[in-house]
Design a binder for this molecule. Structure first.
Ligand code: MG
Length: 303
């Protein structure tokens, strides 16, 4: 198989979509456009940095490459629409890898109504690299930014945290529908998806909003997996600092927060109030009889 065979194969898999005037196979895709602002995000996964091909399958990698981008659209409160995929395939067995990768991407794309509208394929002497660029439409109240949290706002998360390395980092479901439902019930001031870890990503909300935050240690939902991990870190530390849970962290007014807690409007999701934004800078972990400053650190690619 060569790249043109692969493109021909992908064209066979691509159903006509009313939003795509010209799909894969020309120099550019042509999208119908909506006249609204467009959300655009890109995320790349690299063998050796994000995964080892020997320890997983190309299908799971494809699934994750698409899902992490969908999660970024969810974090803005939007609906994902069209994806563009660039892959670098390792020489040797690349045809099989390419097709399995595509199946994984298509599986999750189809669930969220995302059309793979174009891309680029190369092979090389390095490992597998896959980069997805995803477009989306904001919700009816516009894009939800990281910068809108205000002192006094309540901080919420959409689910239990920690220990995603055991499997959730591949198998998570992006919170697109949940983000949409939240907007029906509350004015979301700021939101982010938890990719780098709760402390790191809430740190991003604080930095962009010019706030500090108090986190309530006893109210942070800890996943069963994090509780079962018996290592040198406590389950709370796993919940605070492990990455790739892809839950949403968001800020709302106390009034909206109380209503969300009373209504719990999202089926199968327990919304958790885990903190409050402050006018003073810094991140503070508050226990029954303690208050200590913690570093808003999560996973950072250093180079
Ligand atoms: Mg994100």
């Amino acid at each position: 198989m060569n790249e043109f065979d692969y493109i021909a194969w992908i064209r066979q898999q691509t159903a006509l979509s009313p939003g795509v005037l010209i799909g894969p196979g020309d120099d550019c895709a042509v999208l119908a456009g909506t006249g609204q602002p467009t959300l655009v995000t890109t995320d790349m996964l690299l063998e050796g940095s994000h995964f080892r091909l020997a320890e997983t399958t190309p299908e799971r990698i494809g699934r994750k490459a698409m899902a992490v981008n969908i999660s970024d659209i969810a974090a803005m409160g939007g609906t994902p629409t069209f994806a563009f995929v660039a892959v670098g395939l390792p020489r040797g067995g690349a045809g099989q890898i390419a097709m399995e990768l595509y199946r994984g991407m298509r599986d999750v794309a189809d669930r969220f109504g995302v059309v793979i509208a174009g891309g680029d394929t190369n092979s090389w002497t390095g490992g597998l690299a896959v980069s997805v660029t995803l477009l989306g439409t904001p919700g009816s109240h516009g894009p939800i930014l990281r910068s809108g949290a205000r002192p006094g706002d309540w901080l919420f998360v959409t689910g239990p945290l920690g220990g995603s390395i055991v499997g959730k980092h591949f198998d998570f479901m992006p919170r697109v529908a949940e983000a949409r439902q939240l907007q029906d019930h509350a004015a979301i001031h700021a939101m982010i998806d938890i990719s780098d870890g709760l402390a790191g990503d809430v740190g991003h909300l604080c930095a962009e909003s010019g706030c500090g935050v108090e986190l309530f240690a006893d109210w942070i939902p800890i996943s069963d997996v994090a509780r079962s991990l018996a290592d040198e870190r406590s389950s709370l530390e796993h919940a605070l600092h492990d990455g790739e849970d892809f839950e949403l962290a968001f800020a709302v007014s106390p009034e909206d927060g109380r209503r969300l807690l009373a209504l719990q409007p999202i089926v199968d999701v327990s919304l958790c109030h885990i903190g409050v934004f402050l006018a003073e800078p810094g991140m503070f972990l508050v226990g029954e009889n303690s208050r200590k400053e913690i570093m808003p650190c999560g996973f950072i690619h250093a180079f």
